[in-house]
Design a protein around this ligand. Sequence first.
Ligand code: SF4
Ligand code: SF4
Length: 83
Amino acid sequence: MAFVIVEGCTKDEKCVEVCPVDCIHPRKDEPKFAEATQLYIDPVNCIDCGACLPVCPATAIFADADVPENFAGYVEKNAQYYQ
Ligand code: SF4
Ligand code: SF4
């Protein structure tokens, strides 16, 4: 299980600031930040703490089991960023 970022992410890094394991990328100090349309959660390193979920002003973060059906493709999209 992992958390997933879906449509609506504004790249404001509120989630990055609270993630205890630095598994949300790209951060703005990383080269891919400018071109990224959103941030992505690394499903391997995410520890499912849930800290990112309540701080997202865009309501763009879900536990993978709770991702709405219309955003189902984002589970793979987040994982692909790390492949
Ligand atoms: S807090 Fe939400 S809107 Fe902000 S970067 Fe994270 S996922 Fe995107
Ligand atoms: S659930 Fe926890 S570990 Fe996973 S991305 Fe959110 S803050 Fe990071």
